[in-house]
Design a protein around this ligand. Structure first.
Ligand code: NAD
Length: 474
């Protein structure tokens, strides 16, 4: 299994490999300038990709786990060889800065997820062995997996979906977000330097391509990450073919600060929990509940951290916060902050976007003294604006945290780990972090409660989700 790989030196090199002069112009959200042109594929193109993926699947499935893991490790090598070019393209298309927990971090995570997924063990389980019966549980390949992704972490989420699917012997057809197709096409081109033909195909196009994928008879499972509304549409369009689904949907994560927490010590963790990727993160802290005893001190400490974090064009090394990725998201954030101000919210920092600007920059914003039913609290803002709500009784804080119909992540902040764990156990969310928020790990299963979705990604549980369970009993 040797092949020659090309290290791409710059985003321009990647664009030369993937671009399509007749495609749709994709613009940089920081400047409004064109980044490149993405091919605009149709449902007919999707059919062709699915047919090719089906044809390639038996040979891929016939490889051993060790052989497929070897491919994943070599894909990680290829990503690392082109890491700077991938990060540059990601920064220009998505808007996220190169530095901070942003573009370079995302590209690094792609390689790390591939390597960890390659290293996992999934041996058949012996369920019964009683002298009469031996029952074993195996996980067989599903066939062809469709992967539909969002625009916020386009490369990393593609790898989250693709790595376990490939490892388990499936071939994959990816439909990237129409906002960030170039990043995913580039990632696919780099990974495809090492994979056999048609094992991984990226089909860029609009929502109709995603819809066609989720109803396609040649697709056995859909891995979907995106909004709850689209997740519901996918459940409907996948019904006739009884597709397996993993749905990682929207969230509105609560953070609860207990009265014994040290405001200065937790301020930076709170900040990055909320503002990672300029707030455009599924499991970011999106509403903060602070006990009245330390409320003012937390507001002050968080404001001090927020004021130090530079926002600007992602290609400038000093920046750690960037623009919103698109105008629609900018408008959502602006209107939610306006609603918060109209209701008497106290703006601690930000809240006033510049009148004239080339990009979709919304300033880092903290709004305190909000009621729990304010739209900035109850709606997923998906941007750099954090609402802060004061509470007196921790039971009320838990009730407020649990008061929405989504439950992706949550966090509890306290100097007392046991007290924090007790509160964590009462929160309806797929993950509850203590004294941090949003940290994901390729060995630790991740998924949502309530309308934040179903199915788990990562770790051995994530591998199982990309296999067909089969019992052999005799
Ligand atoms: P979105 O739902 O608008 O789009 C996601 C993808 O679905 C895109 O590729 C789009 O083309 C496709 N699509 C749209 N309509 C479709 C349909 N009817 N059938 C099939 N595919 C269709 O989401 P977005 O705006 O790109 O992403 C932001 C949302 O994603 C937020 O709500 C965020 O919380 C969520 N998200 C969740 C996770 C998680 O792990 N739970 C991670 C990242 C983002």
């Amino acid at each position: 299994m040797t092949s020659t790989t090309t290290a791409f030196g710059t985003a321009a090199d990647l664009l030369a490999a993937i671009g399509d002069d007749a495609g749709r112009a994709i613009t940089d959200p920081a400047t409004g300038q064109e980044v490149g042109k993405a091919p605009e594929r149709t449902a007919a193109d999707l059919d062709a990709a699915v047919t090719a993926a089906r044809a390639a699947q038996p040979a891929w499935a016939a490889l051993s786990h060790t052989e497929r893991s070897d491919y994943l490790n070599r894909a990680a090598d290829a990503i690392e060889a082109s890491a700077e070019a991938l990060a540059e393209l990601l920064s220009r298309e998505q808007g996220k800065p190169l530095n901070g927990p942003n573009a370079r971090f995302e590209v690094g995570a792609c390689a790390a997820w591939l390597r960890t997924t390659a290293s996992l063990e999934l041996a058949p389980e012996v369920l019964v062995q009683d002298g009469e019966t031996r029952a074993e549980l195996h996980y067989r390949p599903l066939g062809v997996v469709g992967a539909i992704g969002p625009w916020n972490w386009p490369m990393m989420i593609t790898v989250w979906q693709v790595a376990p699917a490939l490892r388990m012997g499936n071939t994959v057809v990816v439909k990237p977000s129409e906002y960030t197709p170039l990043s995913v096409l580039a990632l696919g081109a780099v990974i495809n330097e090492v994979l056999p033909a048609d094992v991984l195909t990226v089909v860029s196009g609009g929502r109709e391509v995603g819809e066609a994928l989720s109803g396609h008879p040649g697709i056995d499972k859909v891995m979907f990450t995106g909004s709850t509304a689209t997740g519901k549409a996918i459940i409907r369009s996948s019904a006739d073919t009884v597709k397996r689904l993993t749905l990682e949907l929207g969230g509105n994560d609560a953070g609860i600060v207990l009265p014994d927490a040290d405001p200065k010590a937790i301020a930076e963790g709170l900040f990055w929990g909320a503002f990672i990727n300029t707030g455009q993160t599924c499991a970011a802290l999106k509403r903060l509940y602070v006990h009245e005893d330390i409320y003012d001190d937390v507001c002050t400490a968080l404001t001090e951290v927020a004021q130090q974090m530079p926002m600007g064009n992602g290609l400038e090394e000093q920046n750690v916060l960037g623009p919103l990725q698109n105008k629609a998201q900018y408008d959502i954030v602006a209107s939610l902050v306006q609603a918060a101000k109209d209701a008497g919210g106290r703006v601690l920092v930000g809240g006033e976007p510049a009148a004239e600007q080339a990009g979709y920059f919304y300033p880092t914003t903290l709004v305190a003294d909000l009621d729990n039913d304010n739209p900035l609290v109850t709606t997923e803002q998906f941007g750099p604006a954090l609402p802060i709500v004061k509470y007196a009784d921790v039971d009320d804080a838990v009730a407020m945290a649990n008061g929405l119909d989504v439950g992706l992540g949550a966090s509890v902040w306290s100097a007392d780990a046991a007290a924090a764990r007790e509160v964590a156990g009462r929160i309806e969310a797929g993950t509850v972090w203590i004294n941090k928020h949003g940290e994901v790990n390729p060995l630790v299963p991740f998924g949502g409660a309530k309308q934040s979705g179903y199915g788990l990604e990562f770790g051995v549980e994530g591998l199982k989700a990309l296999g067909n369970p089969q019992v052999i009993s005799g």
